[in-house]
Design a protein around this ligand. Structure first.
Ligand SMILES: Nc1nc2c(c(=O)[nH]1)N[C@H]1C(S)=C(S)[C@@H](COP(=O)(O)OP(=O)(O)OC[C@H]3O[C@@H](n4cnc5c(=O)[nH]c(N)nc54)[C@H](O)[C@@H]3O)O[C@H]1N2
Ligand SMILES: Nc1nc2c(c(=O)[nH]1)N[C@H]1C(S)=C(S)[C@@H](COP(=O)(O)OP(=O)(O)OC[C@H]3O[C@@H](n4cnc5c(=O)[nH]c(N)nc54)[C@H](O)[C@@H]3O)O[C@H]1N2
Ligand code: SF4
Ligand SMILES: [Mo]
Length: 740
């Protein structure tokens, strides 16, 4: 019997695709994008199009396992080189990895974990236990619900989950108050599109067709990125920028826009505060000065400012690459001011998008129940920053970390300062549990591995950070082997710990209903039953905003076009102000930042590890971009052979010809990239991807990397100016020819 199940891709990706899974006799036989979904539009990215290979991979963890050999990667599992060679030896390394474990029952595994947790809590206090999770699934339930309840009730340390986006989010919200922005569909109506630190074609591919549509109608695409991405190669105008200097560029643009009177005085006076302070600040950033930091010429800065302000509607797709630097919060803050200054929020196809996730307003507190912490500790538990896992595992006291529970994450690949992370994970006195779909870099250090379902195997509610549709992801197949979802694992563990609270018995459907019951008007009328029936539903997005657009003279033709294309009326969140800040206005001046000791307007400070920072003078003159692969998702998919094939040359270091020549390096040579934290041997690729002074490499599983390492041996635990986030793109290194 053949049927089609509606699911939603829960991977950490803005597109949150609507997925159709064909099931025949209980087996998934086909996956495709839902042609009806207005953003998915019938296609999936290349990696998820191959998802059957991932779900039915012979390398899935299918049963609970316990360690029977010493911690660490299996000897012989390591091999040099990436790409095809790694793929060949993959199954071999897999067998060795698995032989470090033996199968146990769920009953035994849960009993062992509960027993160890109890002993650790008795001896050191429950804060000696640390959960570690991030973006394995963004499903509302399997991302953060039963797990949080469990660790709150236990009184475990809290994890500060800032490895990805917090600097940018805080920066964005410091101006507009909420994580909302231009809907992707409206990019089709733009005439000037800036992809700012945004590899759209690689990381946000469902925005691309809207941009193509706009370009067919004459729109211009500008890319601002220190790396010549796929997106940059396809742009009308590519502006390579020195890493970490975006705040200066945005200030330079504002300098020109203000001094040439190209801003929207009416919008500014009605809907913003702090213009005079901003004007004074921007006056300090004439294009000639900005050019020295950014590497973008003064003429280009002027041209970009004039075009952005006058070719309308203009929109900015800014992405998280901008905020993985010391000053990431300020950079995002500065860029967010631009549409507020030129009033492009009023226009269909105007504005800016970083994230749309703030619109969903699910009742996350009801899912997570932080109040359970009081029951355990009578106070909030200590916070441990996930970016600083290495330091935490090795040096934290009061109490030390004695037990670690990893799920939805692969820290032995994705965490910065890899060598310290591994040193910590190797500790014999650390009890580590990893709940996973695969035997990853992190399971190499696990005492117990638990098998996890994929999104085919469980039900969940899925929001998005790149569009405004809420989705129900239905379970398509029975869990493989003895796999359990995150919800069920923590439910089972709570029972074994003797936690009698009712919340640990709540059903998945009841939790979905609670999540929807936040009272947020954007969720009015969106019930579990309706989502089950319709699969995806557009949030209630204030219709008055669309009317305001007409009233303020925005593109009426665009509205008509929506009607004929059966598109929903465009959503213009800030056409009439309505910012979610304390003042209700876009804040060019922020009292809240001032109270936190930050510049209340904008400040540009070069990252410490950059050509203008102190780091460049310490013998490591090159700026490293430790990037994401176009066809993997952080470390996910790197182990799926059919996906890996699409990403050749993983173990490469891309260099500028002059930097290579100055070091006696030729294209294809083995080079040693190093700094004070570590070293890695890669193959030099001199291919025009990076500017002078910049080198780039991709994130991979350490196991597939040369010497069992990945690029995170070079990245640092330094945190950003806002949001305590990671600084993966502010890293200084030196490179030399490798001699074995
Ligand atoms: N194919 C694929 N898709 C993904 C992911 C993946 O790994 N692969 N990861 C997912 C995740 S977790 C996230 S957070 C999103 C992130 O998606 P993006 O925000 O697009 O993230 P990045 O690729 O980190 O950064 C985007 C671009 O910023 C550039 N960049 C780096 N430093 C700077 C700088 O200082 N200034 C400027 N202007 N640009 C800079 C990088 O070269 C990169 O091309 O993508 C998601 N989607
Ligand atoms: N050098 C460098 N490092 C980076 C980045 C970079 O650009 N460069 N990007 C950073 C960013 S933006 C992010 S968001 C982080 C991402 O870091 P992570 O969130 O750790 O991302 P992934 O590498 O995708 O690992 C997720 C793991 O969760 C597992 N998983 C998936 N679904 C489930 C589930 O339902 N249950 C359980 N238990 N497990 C599941 C997957 O198999 C996978 O191994 O990496 C960061 N690290
Ligand atoms: S990873 Fe992103 S683009 Fe790919 S299917 Fe999932 S949501 Fe869509
Ligand atoms: Mo991320």
């Amino acid at each position: 019997m053949k049927r089609v199940v509606h699911a939603a891709c829960p991977h950490d990706c803005p597109d949150a695709c609507s997925v159709l899974i064909t099931i025949e006799d209980g087996w998934a036989t086909k996956i495709q994008g839902d042609p009806e979904h207005p953003v998915t539009r019938g296609f999936l990215c290349a990696k998820v199009a191959k998802y059957l290979d991932r779900v039915y991979s012979p390398e899935r963890v299918l049963y609970p396992m316990r360690r029977v050999r010493a911690k660490g990667p299996a000897v012989g599992a390591l091999h040099a080189g990436g790409g095809a060679r790694a793929t060949q030896t993959q199954s071999q390394s897999q067998t060795q990895t698995q032989s470090a474990f033996e199968r146990v029952s769920w009953d035994w595994a849960l009993g062992e974990i509960a027993g160890r947790f109890r002993r650790v809590a008795d001896e050191f206090g429950p804060e000696a236990i640390l959960p570690y999770s991030y973006g394995g699934t963004l499903g509302a339930l399997n991302g953060a619900s039963m797990d949080r309840r469990f660790f709150y009730r236990l009184g475990a340390s809290q994890l500060e989950r800032t490895i990805c986006s917090d600097a940018g989010e805080v920066g964005l919200q410091s101006v507009i108050g909420i994580k909302m922005g231009t809907e992707p569909e409206q990019f089709a109506d733009s005439r000037y599109i800036i992809a700012w630190a945004s590899n759209i074609h690689g990381n946000n591919v469902h925005l691309w067709p809207f941009i193509e549509e706009a370009r067919r109608k004459g729109a211009k695409l500008v890319v601002i990125d220190p790396y010549r991405t796929r997106t940059a190669k396809l742009a009308d105008w590519y502006l390579p920028i020195n890493p970490g200097t975006d705040a200066a560029l945005a200030l330079g643009l504002m300098h020109v826009i203000i001094s040439e009177n190209l801003f929207d005085g009416d919008y500014v006076s009605r809907y913003t505060v702090g213009f005079e302070e901003l004007k004074a600040c921007a006056a300090e950033y004439p294009p000639e000065r900005v050019a020295q930091w950014t590497g973008i010429s003064a003429d280009d800065i002027r041209k970009l400012a004039r075009e952005y302000a006058t070719v309308r509607p203009s929109v900015i797709r800014v992405n998280y690459g901008i905020q993985r630097s010391d000053g990431g919060g300020m950079a995002m803050r500065a860029v967010t001011m631009l549409p507020c200054l030129i009033g492009s929020w009023k226009e269909v196809g105007g504005g800016l998008q970083l994230s749309t996730s703030g619109a969903f307003g699910l009742n996350s507190d009801a899912l997570r129940m932080p109040e359970l912490m009081n029951k355990a500790l009578g106070r909030p538990a200590r916070m441990v920053n996930m970016v600083q896992l290495g330091t935490a595992l090795n040096t934290l006291t009061g109490p030390p970390i004695k037990a670690l529970f990893v799920y939805n994450s692969n820290p032995a690949a994705v965490c910065p300062n890899h060598n310290e992370v591994v040193r910590g994970l190797m500790r014999d006195d650390l009890f580590t549990v990893v709940h996973e779909q695969f035997f990853t870099d992190t399971t190499d250090y696990a005492d117990i591995v638990l098998p996890a379902t994929t999104f085919f195997e469980h039900k969940d509610l899925v929001g998005a950070y790149g569009h405004y549709f809420l989705q129900m992801s239905e379970q398509a197949i029975e869990p493989l082997g003895e796999c359990r979802s995150n919800v069920e694992v923590f439910r089972g563990l709570a029972e074994r710990m003797g936690f009698e609270d009712e919340c640990f018995r709540e059903s998945v459907d009841a939790m979905i209903e609670r999540a929807l019951g936040s009272g947020n008007p954007r969720l009015d009328g969106i019930t579990r039953e309706r989502l089950e029936r319709e699969h995806w539903v557009r949030l209630n997005l204030a219709p008055s905003a669309a009317k305001a657009a007409v009233a303020s003279g925005a593109d009426i033709a665009a509205l008509k076009r929506c009607a004929t294309q059966k598109r929903s009326a465009p959503f213009l969140p800030f056409a009439e102000g309505n910012f979610a800040t304390a003042s209700g206005k876009a804040e060019f001046y922020s009292e809240a930042l001032k109270a936190r000791g930050l510049d209340p307007v904008v400040a540009f400070t070069p990252p410490v590890e950059s050509r203008h920072g102190a780091g460049s003078k310490s013998g490591f003159p090159l700026e490293l971009l430790a990037r994401k692969p176009d066809n993997h998702l952080n470390s996910s998919f790197a182990n799926v052979a059919s996906v890996r094939e699409m990403e050749p040359g993983m173990a490469e270091l891309e260099m500028h010809p002059q930097d290579a020549e100055a070091r006696g390096v030729r294209n294809g040579d083995q080079v040693r990239a190093f700094n004070s934290r570590g070293e890695i041997v890669l193959r030099a690729r001199v291919n025009g991807s990076v500017a002078l002074g910049v080198v780039a490499a991709r994130l991979d599983w350490a196991r597939f990397g040369p010497g069992g390492r990945n690029i995170n041996v070079l990245t640092s635990e330094k945190l950003t100016d806002m949001g305590n986030a990671a600084t993966f793109y502010s890293v200084c290194v030196e490179v030399e020819p490798f001699r074995a």
